[in-house]
Ligand binder design. Sequence first.
Ligand code: C2E
Ligand code: MG
Ligand code: MG
Ligand code: MG
Length: 290
Amino acid sequence: NADAAMYRAKSSGKMNFQFYTEELTKNAIERMSLEADLHDAISNNELHIHYQPQIDIKQGRVVAVEALLRWFHPKLGPVSPDKFIPLAEEIGLIEDIGTWVLREACAQFKRWQAGGLTIQTLAVNVSNRQLQKGNFPELVKTILDESELGASHLELEITESMLLENPEFAVQQLHQLKKLGATIAIDDFGTGYSSLSYLKKLPIHKLKIDKSFINDIGNNGDDNAITEAIIAMSERLSLDVIAEGVETENQESFLLQNGCNNVQGFHYCKPLPATEVSSYISAKRLNPKS
Ligand code: C2E
Ligand code: MG
Ligand code: MG
Ligand code: MG
């Protein structure tokens, strides 16, 4: 009857509501404890860096490695950077974490060089708050000096969106970094909103085609066109270009056909712990392709 139906609706509504607030509370608590744990992650030695090779397929050799931060949480296990990097940015921890990454990666790269490993470039991701800090170029210089790493070996990866907020200052910072001798790559290229005329004025030297475009090569006509256009544009602007997220032979042939020889992706190698990098590079005989 009607009363019973009303009663059921009300009580289930109440239950949904209760469930909803419980979920919210659970998420908020999870987030707060993740925040608290992230504060101690450096001092507890829970952060480490993996390195993913970048390969010149024409030459058949590893030309660079990208430093990718990893957090192994004592209870949760590995936490994805897509989760904890934005959190670190929000709560103002990214400067400390970013400095740690830069210092650690430069020191590691120097050890590889000293051990006779010849990789040209170390790529390190930089977040907006780091770039917007007034002393960032000096910090980079200090770390390069400390590690005795030549600046020309360091490539800093930034994203287009970082140039939207406070663009004049950001560009000024890029000029300072370039003066030091470091190079700048635009990461996840194609997902932001930079105009071509603007791009031409920036002191950058490389575009990294976002993996979402590479992912659909062969399945999606638009993405083929976008990838082709970015490659052609890089050439016209005399910029280097690299494709990230290359997973298949098919994607590789498409890139080669269109003149993009530099690649990074699971098809070649996943991000590796530092201890496995030199054995990967020396063991792997890549076949040069024409
Ligand atoms: P990103 O800089 O664009 O790095 C590339 C991401 O793609 C990495 O994810 C890498 O593991 C993944 N990847 C590489 N090859 C393939 C592939 O073939 N297929 C697929 N599906 N993925 C591939 P990861 O390591 O999870 O990092 C995610 C993002 O977190 C990075 O994207 C970067 O934006 C950020 N990040 C990582 N380390 C740092 C850091 O030290 N500082 C800052 N600020 N951000 C970082
Ligand atoms: Mg990157
Ligand atoms: Mg990327
Ligand atoms: Mg990314």
